[in-house]
Structures are given as C-alpha cells and as structure tokens.
Write a protein that binds this ligand. Structure first.
Ligand code: ZN
Length: 309
C-alpha cells in the first residue's frame, strides 16, 4: 500500500444527499481542477479535533482489508488482503511503530484474498477478539490462520442479528454470515461472507465481503432495511455481484470498490462499474486499486472522503 501522504478531502455532505442531483456535466479536466481545490479547501477548514469515525479501505495487491477506528480509537480490522505481510505493514505505517493494539479482527470468509494477511496481523499485534464466519477452507493459508486462532482466548463465531457496540454511538450490526438457513448458502463460501452494517449517527457503511447474486437476493428479500450511506461493492466489483436490485435497496450515496492492484480476475467488471456509477455518480465510486487507500471520516452527520491520488 502507498502511504497516506496526500490528504485531499472531499466533503460528501449530509447523509443521503442524493448525488445524482448534484452531478454537473463538466469537462473532466475542469472537474479535476475544481475538485482538487475544493478538497484542499475542505481539508484546511475542517475541525481536526472533532472526534470522528474513520473507515479505511486499504490498498492491497490482492483481495481487501478494511480498518475502522472509532472516535475513541477503538479498532476493528475486517479481512487482511491476500499478501502475507502487506496489511500488517500498512497497519504499522498507519499506527506507528510502537502502537500494536487492535481490539477486533474479523474474517468475513476464508478465501485466501481475505485471510492471507491476517495471520501476520495476529503475530505482530495484540488482538483482543477474533470474529469469523465459522466457514472452513482447505488451503495452507487458511490452516495457518486456524492454527493462529486456536490458542486465542477470545474467538467468536458470528451470529446474524448480533450487534457489536464499538463505541458510544458506533455499532456493527451483523446482518448475515456463516451457514444460514440451508446448505445452499454454505455451498458457496462467498455467499456465506459476513455482511455487516457499521453505523455512526446518521451515517452507515454496508460491508459485504464477497457475497454474490444469490446472497444479495436473499438479503434484499429478507432484510427490511438495507439502506446505507456507503456501499462496499461485494466481491471486488465482480460480475457475479452488485445486481441492480441490490444497489436499489441499499440506495447508497457513495460506493467503494475494494480491488487488489494485482488481482488476476480482472476485477472490477466493466458493466458493474457502469451500474455503480449510474447509481451514485461517477465521482462517488472509489476504487482502491486506482486511488490508493480510500478513507472515509464521519462525525455521524457529515461524511468526508480522503485518498491518496
Ligand atoms: Zn475476495
């Protein structure tokens, strides 16, 4: 991951501002110029002392990793990318050499591009609690992780419906994950990914692991309200996911496509990208492979995004 040296910041406004009403057709170069100035202006005028929730979609070579810090600096890492040491190294850069504490590490599902970097994190950091979907995999990478968590004294297998209180007014609602309802879900580890909504005040993030069409459909039909401010497109923007009906029920104001810079699957899919851009506006779809780490900050009312460009 490249370091977060450029602190360009975009004010995405209040929760659920509908971006389409704000899209103005202007030549791309002009947009970039103006946006660049606006980002810096917004950054310079922000109240740096205001406690905020920070959600960082790290740039990885393979897979994805999301690092969450609450206003009182409680920390949750969701997935670890596919490279063995990359995410541990990135966290070291973010936290500094002497800070080795992470409250919760969560594995959404056991694919290598999510579990690959977590064993090193468990080795390098003091982790209080490990949460996972309970789904197993047969790979050397997964075996290493399984061995690493065997002796951990606080390991939780996730249950849909559980809510983790991460801080005052910061919650993680577990919507889905693990073997649910029938073997149908377990037959596909991607669809058994932990899906969770992170909430702070009026702002929310729908974190979707690698779920595909079937899980999207099941969630859309069974969960009363999936509406979220920020939508992490499932499965790295793959053609198997981000169906129109799912995007419609989530109704996001911004989208993150967390995709490895060296992924071998040619993620994200072009049609999916077009669909996501139509839904929220091209300037509100953020790709980690192109932008670097994509960081959102929120005070529970407004939402800002920062990334290296
Ligand atoms: Zn994946």
């Amino acid at each position: 991951m490249r370091l977060l040296q450029t602190r360009a910041l975009t004010d995405l406004g209040h929760a659920f501002n509908r971006p389409n009403s704000q899209v103005v057709a202007v030549a791309a170069s002009v947009v970039l110029l103006v946006a660049g100035f606006a980002m810096w202006a917004a950054w310079l005028t922000r109240d740096v002392d205001e406690p905020r929730l920070t959600v960082t979609f790290l740039q990885t070579s393979y897979g994805e990793s999301i690092f969450i810090r609450t206003p009182n600096d409680n920390r949750l890492l969701i997935d670890g990318g596919g490279d063995e040491n990359e995410v541990a190294h990135s966290l070291g850069s973010l936290l500094g050499p002497w800070d080795r504490n992470i409250d919760i590490v969560m594995l959404t599902h056991p694919d290598t591009d999510h579990v690959g970097g977590l064993t090193a994190v468990l080795g390098d950091f003091h982790v209080d609690t490990v949460i996972h979907s309970g789904i197993q995999a047969s790979s050397d990478v997964f075996d290493k992780w399984s061995t690493a968590i065997e002796d951990h004294n606080d390991v939780v297998v996730v249950r849909p419906g559980m809510t983790l209180g991460l801080d005052h007014d910061v919650f993680l609602d577990v919507i889905s994950g693990g073997c649910l309802e029938a073997s149908v879900v377990c037959a596909n580890a991607n669809d058994a990914s932990i899906v969770a909504r992170l909430r702070h005040g009026e702002i929310s993030f729908l974190l979707t692991g690698d779920i595909e069409r079937a899980a999207e459909l099941r969630l859309a039909n069974s969960i009363a309200n999936l509406r979220s401010t920020v939508f992490k497109a499932p499965h790295h923007g793959s053609a198997t996911s981000s169906t129109s009906s799912f995007i419609e029920v989530v109704d996001p104001a911004a989208v993150v496509v967390a995709v490895g810079t060296q992924n071998r699957y040619r993620h994200p899919d072009e049609d999916v990208m077009a669909r996501l851009k139509r839904a929220v506006g091209a300037d509100r779809v953020f790709r980690t492979d192109l932008l670097g780490a994509v960081v959102f900050e929120t005070n529970g009312k407004r939402l800002w995004t920062v990334y290296q460009n």
